[in-house]
Design a protein around this ligand. Sequence first.
Ligand SMILES: [Fe+2]
Length: 338
Amino acid sequence: MSDATSQFRIHPLPDISFGGIVEFPGNADTEAAIAAAEAAPAALLKAFYDAHGLLILKGMHAISDQPELLVRLSRLFGPEVEDYRQTVTSRNNIHADVPEILVVSNVPPATPRVPERPDPPLTADGKLPVQFPHRRGWHTDQSYRRPPPDISLFYADLPTPKGQGQTLYADGIGAYAALPAAMKERIANLEGIHAQPGRRRSEQAVRAGETPDPLTPREAPQRQPVVRIHPVTSEPALYLCESGQMDWVDGPFVGMQPGPDGDGARLLYELMSHYTSPRFAYAHDWDRGDLVIYDNRSTIHSATWFDADTHRRRMWRTTVHGNPGAQFAGERKSWLAA
Ligand SMILES: [Fe+2]
């Protein structure tokens, strides 16, 4: 345990290259915990970046009754908390009272999104699969936009029982640092092409010969640096998604052979398999009231399967924008452009 401040302590996640659990003194309730964070925002942010952008807060139950508390806490992490009414988000997935909250749920009226089960469901040694391509769905939020977002806060209002419906996180700073020098050189100036899921530009859609959906300019796939320099710490991190959130029509990489069988595909598989190695990946089994804060500039994540016929799951997410770094200096928002 290390003293981050008198307001809270950070317990590093064991046996993994990143992440920490925030402990507030005594049995601080949610509002007291948020007040403590507001009293020492610089310390909380330092702890967040020291942990390569992954912090876990337990027992934040009051957010369920006062969802605006989640927005209040989000404001400590950046200048702009996204208002989902201004983006291309279905009203059914926006919180009825707080438009800064995206509802990720299989409870109506939200549009259910249940990840597929890996095949086989467990690894050879009986563990939850985390590594791509056995595990699919790895992405960083909204990477199909420029500038992409900074940080997401993800709250369990109604999680599934443990052992399913986990969220996996991987450490892009640790994964980049562990790359061989020749690979770092190879990708130094490379750009990936990121596309919004469900627009028939995924690896699977291209393999199936589907015709890509027509896209307006604000929906166009976006180029992103493969090596992203963190605007606060200057640390380089891998910035990539896998098959569902890359563009397999023109990409996945600018200037490399496109499509699922090209040189670009081979490189993406190699990089994503490395990025999601168990030594860089953490599986979060949710308790009700958990809040996970993750940095989209330096981590990726993936949701796991749950039994949606038996269990109701309702998670709330806010997204913080405004500090994408010098690689995006002065850019207008691609998803709001004409
Ligand atoms: Fe996500």
